[in-house]
Ligand binder design. Structure first.
Ligand code: NAI
Ligand code: MG
Length: 334
């Protein structure tokens, strides 16, 4: 039996996790769950944001399914999501965006891309965050290494080979950030040269955003640095029907954490209307990672079937269903 660490999170987190586990249970996969707390919930219960027991559970099981965790904007504590990624060196953040039926999206076909976001470097290192005493000037340190760039670009090209994808687009801002983005681009070119079977092109991030909105079909795999990947993957989620349909995998050499791209959605938390599909699609990625591709395909098919039938869809998709009624509709198609 495979045991996975389950982090229920806060905001809409517990609601979408209940829904997701309901569907996984219906699949009778032989998974067992080990609950662990992180973020605000952990602070209230155990007096710390990231308890040692949580880190130990993830280290032991090597797989976690995680709901969103709130991070205060501006002041307050630093992101527990970022802390988890750093602690386990989860360097690849893999975020697919695909068209699904009956979503309220700009594109009903043509979008099928994966954003591979570097997950441990850039402006997310949390160093050098300073505001001068007079409050007039603020600085932040960004760091990119050759090693970090090489392994993320290599991950993207290997993913292309593994999934039969044909093209990798390296997204950067090396015209302005000549040091950090420049090193990333230079390293990416070196890695790309080792994959002659995969087409590679380069694109500056601002143009990439326009191209994604105008002609998303030109993209297959995008590989980029941390902040650009964060922004671009939300943009891609918007193209295909919103954050409720966008999953993400955080992959390291030893441990992997699967989640939704979206956050804790405080505006709809506790109302039972959050779309559970993003976390469920994160579970699809998890099953693939666990070497259960048939089960992953089965779950994905049940989600698509439910969307096609417009059965109990949540309000973000134009329906009147609830988080749990949507999950039950998916479970009934398993
Ligand atoms: P958000 O992703 O929580 O919400 C953005 C918008 O999308 C909201 O209107 C929300 O209602 C909607 N939305 C998100 N998920 C949805 C779902 N499953 N179904 C239907 N609608 C959905 O982003 P926001 O508001 O910027 O961030 C809220 C908090 O979440 C912040 O504290 C942020 O730091 C945290 N966050 C955590 C992440 C994680 O745990 N991996 C990722 C992103 C944000
Ligand atoms: Mg984000």
């Amino acid at each position: 039996m495979t045991t996975i660490t389950v982090i229920r999170g806060d905001g809409i987190g517990p609601e979408i996790m209940d829904a997701t586990l309901h569907v996984l249970d219906a699949m009778q996969l032989g998974l067992s769950y080990e609950d662990a707390d992180a973020g605000m919930v952990a602070l209230e219960k155990h007096g710390e944001l990231l308890p040692e027991a949580t880190l130990a559970s993830i280290a032991k099981n090597k797989i976690a399914l995680k709901s969103p965790l709130t991070t205060p904007v501006g002041g307050g504590f630093t992101s527990i999501n970022v802390a988890l990624r750093k602690h386990f060196d989860l360097y690849a953040n893999v975020r697919p965006a695909t068209c699904f039926p009956n979503t309220k999206s700009r594109f009903s076909s043509g979008v099928d891309l994966i954003t591979v976001r570097e997950n441990t470097q850039g402006v997310y290192i949390g160093e050098g965050q300073e505001v001068t005493a007079d409050g007039e000037t603020a600085v932040l340190t960004s760091r990119v290494t050759r090693h970090g760039s090489e392994r993320i670009v290599r991950y993207a090209f290997d993913l292309a080979r593994k999934t039969g994808r044909k093209k990798v687009t390296v997204v950067h801002k090396a015209n302005i950030m000549k040091s950090t983005s420049g090193l990333f681009l230079k390293t990416a070119r070196e890695v790309a040269a080792q994959y002659p079977d995969i087409q590679c092109n380069e694109m500056i991030v601002d143009n990439t955003c326009m191209q994604l909105v105008m002609k998303p079909e030109q993209f297959d795999i995008i590989v980029t640095t941390n902040l650009f990947g964060d922004i671009i993957s939300d943009l891609c989620a918007g193209l295909v029907g919103g954050l409720g349909l966008a999953p993400g995998a955080n992959i390291g050499t030893d441990v992997a954490i699967f989640e939704a791209v979206h956050g804790s959605a405080p505006d709809i938390a506790g109302k039972g209307v959050a779309n559970p599909c993003a976390l469920l699609l994160g579970a699809v990625q998890m099953l693939d990672h666990l070497g259960m591709p048939e089960q992953a395909a089965r779950l994905r098919k049940a989600i698509i079937g439910t969307l096609e039938a417009k059965d109990s869809l949540t309000p973000d998709l134009g329906g009147e269903g609830s988080t749990m009624s949507f999950a039950k509709a998916i479970a009934s198609r398993i």
